[in-house]
Design a protein around this ligand. Structure first.
Ligand SMILES: [Zn+2]
Length: 180
């Protein structure tokens, strides 16, 4: 049995060091920002991001035993369908915008919300600044769903251990209803 040298999943594939999902994700990273001004993410940086995502997933979810988790929300990312339009699809985030030196794998909707904030600014925004009760709409969600999403997001990013498992379920469910 061959193991993917990025995510360590067992692969019945010859002639390849990497599983199809990791290969596709690395290509996706190199295309990040291809249509805008954002910086492409080199393969070596993408590999580190993918490994972190796989380790995070393994530390949270007993089953399935293999998967990719969002750096910010800890939800299981959709990675199988390259044409997926889901908000839970995996995307690469420059932790510091336009700095190609470090990236993480996160959900598309979170990447969208984070925008041009750095990772530190994003944590401060969600945990300290964000008023979850202010009426607003996240792309693809209603106002009540947005409220539910932001309350759960804040619980996860504040590491509120009492409610974190339910909060992950909420963010996962709602992210999977968002279409791009
Ligand atoms: Zn892999």
């Amino acid at each position: 049995m061959i193991y993917c040298d990025v995510c360590s999943v067992q692969q019945p594939i010859l002639r390849s060091r990497r599983c199809e999902t990791c290969k596709r994700l690395i290509t996706q990273a190199s295309n990040t920002g291809a249509t805008g001004s954002r910086t492409s993410i080199p393969a070596a940086i993408a590999v580190v991001a993918i490994r972190e995502s796989v380790e995070l997933h393994a530390s949270i979810y007993p089953s399935p035993p293999h998967g990719y988790a969002c750096h910010y929300t800890q939800i299981q990312l959709e990675t199988e369908n390259a044409k997926s339009r889901l908000g839970s699809y995996g995307s690469f985030d420059h932790t510091v915008p336009n700095d190609a030196g470090r990236a993480v794998l996160c959900s598309r909707i979170i990447n969208d919300i984070k925008g041009w904030m750095t990772d530190t600014e994003f944590y401060q925004f969600v945990c300290d600044t964000l008023d979850v009760h202010a009426p607003r709409k996240i792309h693809g969600l209603t106002i009540p769903q947005t409220h539910e999403f932001l309350v759960a997001l804040k619980e996860i990013m504040s590491n509120d251990s009492e409610s974190i498992a339910n909060a992950r379920d909420t963010v996962h469910r709602l992210s999977g209803t968002i279409l791009y």
